[in-house]
Ligand binder design. Structure first.
Ligand code: ASP
Length: 352
């Protein structure tokens, strides 16, 4: 990891953290494909950054990674970096590939406790040196939001967010919905926290401000990753379900169900669910649908899951359920306690 020079020395300050991804890539003559460029020169690529009345420092991860290679170790590094530099900056902008951005933003939302400053993930679908790039607008607006304060000097958005295509979304409500369009992210179950037009309009009623009497930022970096995801589908075999739900290395399984939380009602399926639950595993029900929530009381198939010990994920995204489980299991050895907390709203990830 390398630290690059300050771009400007002014009142407020932002730390730009580059982890990899399309936004920081460009074509280099004589080389095939896109290669990352030196982020110390970001102001040459995006001269608009010089117009901000704030200092922008940058920190580049080494090696840079395509976000498809993101591991929880990156989240731990990010949490430690933000903690180390917390007092020196008004906000943090994390440049990250889009593929797993919603996973990273979700995980960080649980790992950073007592956050009073913006942590904004952004990236782009086109590299920043392309004429039609979406990277410039995403980066410039993210920097503006990261330094935005009210009259009393409090951050306008003290949350972990994703900014993309003019919208600021809560990180743990976001999901990647478009592989090629600029509107790559959506937050189907929660309103946007801000929208960028001529001005940036903040949706204050939806932003979580936390208590003023915080103890400062605390980070939690112990993560237990023994989680599997089971997506039910017509034709799924008993053996596949058995392997996932009864795997000896698995402590929790996120079950992606149909509609409002329904799954197969056949005896063999429910028997495996019961066996898995009785063995102490944590089973969480999230819906495959993009929006809406799980209600296991609605249909007999859902009720059967509930009676078998499956816990509702309500309107939680799979990305948020995964980060929440890693975090809770990393801090708590008692599976019953983890189940209780999975049904509780911790960081605005569920509507409950
Ligand atoms: N594969 C890239 C990544 O996620 C795509 C992107 O940056 O948008 O790192």
């Amino acid at each position: 990891m390398r630290l690059f020079r300050d771009l400007q020395a002014k009142a407020s300050a932002v730390l730009l953290i580059y982890t990899g991804g399309t936004i920081g890539m460009k074509e280099r003559s004589g080389e095939e494909g896109l290669v990352p460029f030196d982020f110390g020169g970001i102001a040459d690529e995006v001269p608009e950054l010089r117009k901000f009345a704030c200092r922008i420092d940058s920190f580049t991860f080494d090696p840079l990674i395509d976000s498809s290679d993101v591991e929880p170790a990156l989240w731990q590094q990010l949490a430690r970096l933000i903690k180390e530099r917390y007092d020196a900056y008004d906000g943090f902008v994390i440049l990250h590939g889009t593929d797993t951005m919603a996973y990273s933003a979700s995980a960080l939302s649980f790992m950073l406790d007592g956050l009073r400053k913006p942590v904004i993930f952004t990236g782009s679908q086109l590299p920043i040196d392309r004429p039609r790039t979406d990277g410039k607008e995403n980066l410039i607006s993210s920097v503006e939001i990261a330094t935005a304060k009210d009259d009393e000097g409090r951050a306008l958005v003290p949350e972990v967010c994703i900014f993309f295509d003019s919208k600021l979304l809560r990180g743990n409500r976001s999901t990647k919905v478009n592989a090629t369009g600029f509107d790559a992210f959506a937050s189907p179950n929660y309103p946007a926290l801000a929208t960028a037009g001529i001005n940036i309009k903040y949706n204050n009623r939806s932003i979580h401000y936390g208590s003023e009497k915080g103890r400062g930022l605390k980070i939690e970096t112990s993560l237990d990753t023994r989680v599997s995801i089971l997506k039910v589908h017509p034709g799924i075999t008993e053996q596949v379900v058995r392997d996932i739900l009864l795997g000896s290395q698995t402590r929790a399984v996120i079950i992606e169900t149909y509609g409002s939380g329904n799954a197969i009602s056949k005896d063999w399926f429910l028997d495996i669910i019961r066996e898995s639950s009785a063995s102490g595993k944590i089973l969480i029900n999230v819906t495959q649908c993009l929006s809406g929530d799980v209600n296991m009381n609605l249909y007999a198939t859902g009720r059967a899951l509930k009676n078998a010990g499956v816990v509702s994920g309500y309107d939680c995204t799979t990305e948020a359920a995964l980060g929440k489980l890693f975090y809770l299991m990393g801090t708590c050895n008692d599976n019953e306690q983890v189940k209780l907390l999975m049904e509780r709203n911790l960081k605005g990830e569920i509507s409950k």
